[in-house]
Design a protein around this ligand. Structure first.
Ligand code: ZN
Length: 396
């Protein structure tokens, strides 16, 4: 155990380079998908980010998690340092709890707007390969480190458990982001225990409802147990879009852009992110209210009807009345839609055009209904409202 701790830097570096090289070679030998962005662009920038992250962690944290675990043990801090249990059991339980904590932390980073701004940099990668697993904004790394240190102290996690977990997480993150083809049967068997690349790729889908699933990094159990598991992407692994709807150019893969994306990205809120996955209870209130305040003489259009109409020559003008940060959030936007927030709707609209139908969209239905009355008041006709709004669109 002590030799493990003494050789910590060498072990970490060996595992990191070993897994990185192995995955990179497997990606060349048996790739799962064709990459869209040249490898040199993404690799240089993603790995550049790793270098910045490593330097900043060293600068900001004089003591890393293993060091903190040793200090906690010496001072008797934390639960496991106060009770006497078999050492092996404590190590095992600690590793399981650390993995659960990482899962919960990941869910929270998707839920909380400020944290999502940091975490979205991991999701703006338009391809999915071994370097995606290393791509995190420096601020996310620093926040995660602080959370991990607090967790280690509170729980009194043994140093060896921290080390084993950190090395395992580093290795599995590279494995489950790797662009490698694993036979379906092997993938299925592995998924009973660990997160496979096919399982985690679903989490990198451009579809918000898929982005907000499969949060696990090591063990696949937490997603199964806590109801966030999604087996396959709706569009299939070959055709599915990877990344976020608002960052779609190769330029977005630049290191400078990645560092700025938390400011550019638009905050997610629960409403824009996870709420997409299922918030029937919250939706009841607006639905009841609408029943008592019907929007008169305005047509409703369902998601199915709109999708069909968009493929015809009579495609409507789609006006999304959400705020710009919602428009750019992980809930995404309908392709071709114009973002004109409700507050500036009347200022920014052209003169009413004949024979052009307008579809208003917001998160649910409420603001669209207001927008429809505003537009009608100034002479527009042919206005419909997307039933269920973006929430419905995301679940289509
Ligand atoms: Zn994520």
């Amino acid at each position: 155990m002590n030799t493990l701790l003494q050789n910590e830097p060498a072990i970490r570096l060996t595992v990191f380079l070993g897994v990185l090289t192995t995955m990179a070679m497997l990606e060349l030998a048996a790739p799962r998908r064709r990459l869209e962005i040249p490898r040199i662009v993404r690799w240089s920038n993603n790995l550049g980010l790793v270098v910045i992250d490593t330097i900043l962690v060293r600068l900001f944290f004089p003591v890393a998690a293993v060091g903190m675990a040793i200090i906690a043990a010496q001072n008797g801090w934390g639960l496991f340092n106060m009770v006497s249990l078999p050492a092996g059991l404590v190590v095992l339980v600690s590793i399981l709890l650390l993995d659960l904590a990482i899962y919960v932390q990941h869910v929270v980073f998707h839920f909380v707007p400020f944290l999502w701004r940091l975490h979205l940099v991991h999701h703006t990668d338009q391809d999915f390969d071994v370097t995606t697993g290393l791509r995190f904004h420096p601020l996310e790394i620093l926040v995660s480190m602080a959370i991990k240190l607090a967790f280690v102290v509170l729980l009194g996690v043994p140093a060896v458990a921290v080390l084993v977990f950190e090395i395992a997480l580093n290795a599995t993150a590279m494995f489950n982001h790797a662009n490698i083809r694993i036979p379906a049967r092997v993938d299925q068997a592995l998924r009973f225990f660990i997160v496979t690349p096919d399982m985690h790729r679903v989490h990198h889908s451009v579809r918000p409802v898929e982005t907000n699933s499969n949060f696990g990094f090591n063990l696949s159990w937490w997603d199964h147990l806590l109801g966030t598991y999604r087996a396959q992407p709706e569009d299939g692994h070959d055709k599915m879009g990877i990344g976020l709807a608002q960052f779609r150019s190769q330029r977005d893969q630049g290191l400078d852009r990645m560092l700025l994306q938390p400011l550019l990205g638009g905050g997610s809120t629960r409403a824009k992110g996870l709420m997409c996955a299922g918030d029937a209870d919250i939706a009841i209130l607006p639905r009841l209210r609408k029943r008592f305040q019907p929007v008169q003489a305005t047509d409703w259009i369902t998601v199915e009807e709109l999708s069909k109409l968009m493929e015809t020559d009579n495609a409507p003008v789609i006006i999304d009345v959400r705020e710009p940060d919602e428009f750019g959030g992980p809930m995404g936007a309908i392709p071709g839609s114009r973002n004109v927030p409700l507050g500036v709707l009347l200022d920014q609209l052209p003169e009413p055009e004949k024979d052009v139908s307008i579809v208003l969209v917001c998160r649910t239905d409420k603001r669209s209904a207001k927008g429809a009355s505003l537009l009608k008041a100034v002479g527009f006709s042919g206005i419909s409202i997307l039933k269920g709004g973006m929430r419905q669109w995301c679940n289509r």
